[in-house]
Write a protein that binds this ligand. Structure first.
Ligand SMILES: *Cc1c(COP(=O)(O)O)cnc(C)c1O
Length: 398
């Protein structure tokens, strides 16, 4: 094995996966892990889904890349389907979530610019947010640990405490362009925003000529049990960022907008080399074939309920390990009493993958194709992990 020559930016777990099948990932040495992380909400249809594999292979035999200089049939189809199934009229494709957010931010600023308000370029965001790792999106997320040492913070992002409507209203000035929020904070610890708050944000935006931007990079494309999490609140944004689940593992993101919100994004104002290339959109279209299929989202909600109820009873049985269960659909957070990292490690000991998040939360993000039986298998593993952690907690306090 060659010695790696990688940046040290990731503290990687010592697991080497060679292949995957559905909710299972198999290491080089043949150990099978139950994957309730889905590559952080990316493998929406699990591993090796035959429809996705078929779509990618078929496209690979035709054409991989032509550049956005030329017409893109795959983008045309995928944009139409996203628009028909959302609030949006227009779509710009990217390779990642951060780029989808960059496009959303630029779209909001350009909107104000072409409406005669170039001074309106500030965007209000919320504490605990995560919007990506580019210079603008770390400024939007506002987390000191991601900003430190990277020079002056990009201007124009004003942050207010999570769920604080008074602070939000006080932060609006003549320079405000938009409000940016995740309907459920993912990295921040699976913190759902109350639907009344999202409804109030819509009103505040309408009253003040601001655009409402939803970051649904993690919550979108079925993860919440609806195609988009905003549907639960009955509140549509003007602009929305997607990525993660839309590509099912192939790098793909999208920025969706109403025709009015996108009115400043005229020819030449924005671009990308790879964004929405034929391979990516072939997979994106295949993901939608499945997720928009009859009964698919209903099944996501049914299996989510099995998981949720099982987790609630584990919380009752192991109050010294599990403090709370939260989230929506198959974006579930277990707020731990023990350090979240200990719970993730204990689950790994049971050959199960889960993802840590802020606020001492462990995220459970199984593929949306997970069956009720697989959900129960996951619950059994969480139970064994909780039993062990609970026993060692009791030993500590004895
Ligand atoms: C993951 C994530 C991003 C960033 O996506 P990348 O593809 O890593 O750039 C942005 N916003 C949210 C809510 C995310 O979960």
């Amino acid at each position: 094995m060659a010695e790696a020559a990688l940046f040290d930016t990731f503290a990687r777990a010592p697991l080497r996966f060679e292949r995957g099948e559905g909710v299972w990932l198999v290491t080089e040495s043949g150990e099978r892990y139950l994957d309730f992380g889905s590559g952080v909400a990316v493998n929406s249809l699990g591993h090796g889904h035959p429809h996705l594999v078929g779509a990618l292979k078929a496209q690979a035999d035709k054409v991989w890349h032509t550049s956005n200089i030329f017409e893109q049939p795959g983008q045309e189809t995928l944009s139409r389907r996203l628009a028909d199934n959302s609030f949006a009229d227009k779509v710009f494709f990217t390779n990642s979530g951060a780029e989808a957010l960059e496009c959303a931010i630029k779209t909001a600023r350009r909107y104000q610019f072409v409406k005669g308000h170039p001074e309106r370029f500030h965007i209000i965001t919320f504490e605990g947010a995560f919007h990506g790792r580019t210079l603008a999106t770390i400024a939007a997320g506002g987390q000191a640990k991601y900003l430190e040492g990277f020079g002056p913070k990009v201007q124009g992002f004003d942050q207010v405490p999570f769920g604080d409507m008074d602070a939000l209203k006080a932060a609006i000035t003549d320079a405000t362009a938009a409000i940016l929020i995740e309907p459920i904070q993912g990295e921040g610890g699976v913190r759902p925003v109350p639907k009344e708050f999202l409804q109030a944000l819509r009103q505040v935006c309408d009253d003040n000529g601001l655009l409402l931007i939803f970051d649904e990079v993690q919550t979108g494309v079925g993860r919440s049990g609806r195609l988009f999490a905003y549907e639960w609140a009955g509140v549509a944004p003007d602009i929305m960022a997607l990525a993660k689940g839309i590509g099912g593992g192939f790098p793909l993101g999208a920025c969706l907008a109403t025709a009015d919100a996108a009115s400043g994004m005229t020819a030449g104002t924005h671009g990308t080399t790879y964004g929405g290339n034929p391979l990516a959109t072939a997979v994106g279209n295949a993901v939608l074939d499945v997720i928009l299929g009859e009964g698919f989202l209903e099944n996501v909600r049914d299996v989510a309920l099995v998981l949720r109820q099982g987790l609630a009873s584990l919380k009752d049985r192991f109050p010294n390990v599990i403090e709370d269960i939260r989230g929506e659909g198959l974006l579930l957070g277990v707020k731990a009493k023990v350090p979240a990292g200990d719970l993730v490690a204990a689950l790994r000991g049971e050959y199960m993958l889960a993802i840590p998040a802020g606020d001492n939360v462990v995220r459970l993000l199984p593929p949306l194709t997970v069956t009720a039986e697989e959900a129960r298998e996951g619950l059994a593993r969480i139970e064994r992990a909780a039993e062990k952690l609970s026993a060692s907690e009791m030993k500590k306090s004895a």
